[in-house]
Design a protein around this ligand. Sequence first.
Ligand code: UDP
Ligand code: MG
Length: 341
Amino acid sequence: MPDPRSLATARLSVVAPCYNEEGSVTDFVRRVKAVCESLRCAYEIVLVNDGSRDATLPVALGLASADPAIRVINLLRNFGHQAAATAGLDAATGDVVVLIDADLQDPPEVIADMAARWEAGADVAYGRRRTRRGESPLKLISAGIFYRLLRRMTHNDIPADTGDFRLMDRRIVEVLRQMRERHRFIRGMVSWAGGNQVAVLYDRNPRFSGETKYPLKKMVSFALDAITSFSVVPLRLVTYLALLIISVALLAALTVFVVKLSHPDYFIPGFPATMLTIIFFGGVQLLALGVIGEYVGRMYESVKSRPIYVVEGIYQGGGESGAIRRQAADPAPASAAVPRL
Ligand code: UDP
Ligand code: MG
């Protein structure tokens, strides 16, 4: 039996979610192909069109029609980066699967280093950013705070300064395929899966074209997904906050009592106690409800067990006839892991 950890016998899948990437996708495919050819392994490139509103789909189909190694998964609408990546991972057939952004911020050439780490026994080789050129100070600061906060709040050891750019062994991909949760934070889910995970340092480039699809609002919601998917610390924080507020209320009550001893007519009778109680406990309860609501909302989403994405079609071309074929099959595995009520 050949060595299972040899690229010579393995098949490599490169998965890239694309949303309005008409300007990058051609160069992206060219550079990924160059890397794959240099690795001399069997490979496929899976482009997931996440409901782009520009010419990404026709450009991707044009590339696929000329090249049987390219497969295009076209989603019915924009489902978001994590869902699009999931669609690509579900469809990937390789023994080794690379997840990479299509905007060329993650240089495809790093795949060669990652593949070497895989051959040396790593189950996951994740890209860790040495530098991030062309990012706004706001993004850098918010990302810095986010990773530090995330590491403190979750028990799961999610490495800092990494994105979703990573190479995974088939075993890890199979674990991910079983995780059908709707609020997805793929890099955390990969950490959760375990195995031998190693970092590969690289320099993150500015976007090749277009602009980021992660404005602040999406980043906040992404951060909330990350934290609540992996941690119940926010619930505990509410408990601490409640304890703090209760202590303050007790102290205030004591102050009122002391003041009353020396100046019996200083307050309207009953007023301070009533106000303190109403305000503090009202606040505590609202906050607790809000956080519980976050989790209940997520349970609701999961219990509904809707698909994470909907595929319009899978396109592959470049055969004998050169014509592009469309398969309507949905590559999502059965959502057996989703609890039902
Ligand atoms: N993307 C996607 N769907 C979305 C948003 C983004 O498929 O709704 C893709 C996008 O085309 C890119 C990758 O996900 O390949 C990362 O997005 P982006 O570059 O906007 O994020 P950033 O690098 O700024 O964090
Ligand atoms: Mg980007």
